[in-house]
Design a binder for this molecule. Structure first.
Ligand code: AMP
Length: 187
């Protein structure tokens, strides 16, 4: 069982690379952002609780996010491996993920950090916004999401680095080449 986290700021290419990784490795894909968007679309109680955060580009509180993720992992007992996308975003989330994996007799084997400069992601998101239907892709909200990454989420990296589980991959360049480098890092 191989469990991987794909990590990077909004606009780093996590979605694109996740699709390719799922095809190659057969991962069960868990994207907390996608899960929150589905809850909001379906107007579930959870969706109603989190919309004030997601709509403003703010992180949803850890307790809500961790509970939702745990449930999703437990709903997939047959998974051969998980690809976590957009989770963890804080150190308590990273610790909770390790505890959950351990409880299931497994572990997070690698965290692939797509390295893209702040300037590059702001440019990419600006372009994506022109075609996107995402409520949180509006100017000010996008800026807030990028700020949340560079102020808060980035602090998760040393947690994994100190334990030798961090794989840094250059996220700028040709999509297939980036994918190859990710696969090499996982080999
Ligand atoms: P994403 O599509 O991963 O950028 O997530 C969209 C939004 O969902 C984020 O801006 C946050 O409001 C929320 N979100 C997703 N994942 C998390 C997480 N792990 N912790 C807190 N909030 C999250």
């Amino acid at each position: 069982m191989l469990n991987v986290v794909i990590f990077g700021p909004p606009g780093a290419g996590k979605g694109t690379q996740s699709e390719k990784l799922i095809e190659k490795y057969g991962f069960v894909h868990i994207s907390t952002g996608d899960m929150f968007r589905a809850h909001i679309k379906n107007q579930t109680p959870l969706g109603k609780k989190v919309i004030e955060y997601t709509d403003n580009g703010l992180l949803v509180p850890d307790s809500i996010t961790i509970d939702m993720l745990q449930e999703e992992v437990n709903n997939n007992p047959q998974a051969k491996g998980f690809l976590f996308d957009g989770f963890p975003r804080t150190v308590p989330q990273a610790e909770a993920l390790d505890a959950l994996m351990e409880k299931n007799g497994s572990a997070i084997h690698a965290v692939v950090a797509l390295e893209v400069t702040e300037e590059e992601v702001r440019g990419r998101i600006r372009k994506r916004r022109e075609v996107s239907q995402r409520a949180d892709d509006e100017d000010e909200k996008v800026n807030k999401r990028i700020d949340e990454y560079f102020n808060k989420t980035i602090h998760v990296l040393p947690f994994y680095e100190q334990q030798g589980r961090l794989e840094r991959v250059n996220g700028i360049g040709d999509i297939d080449e980036i994918f190859e480098n990710i696969c090499k890092a996982l080999a």
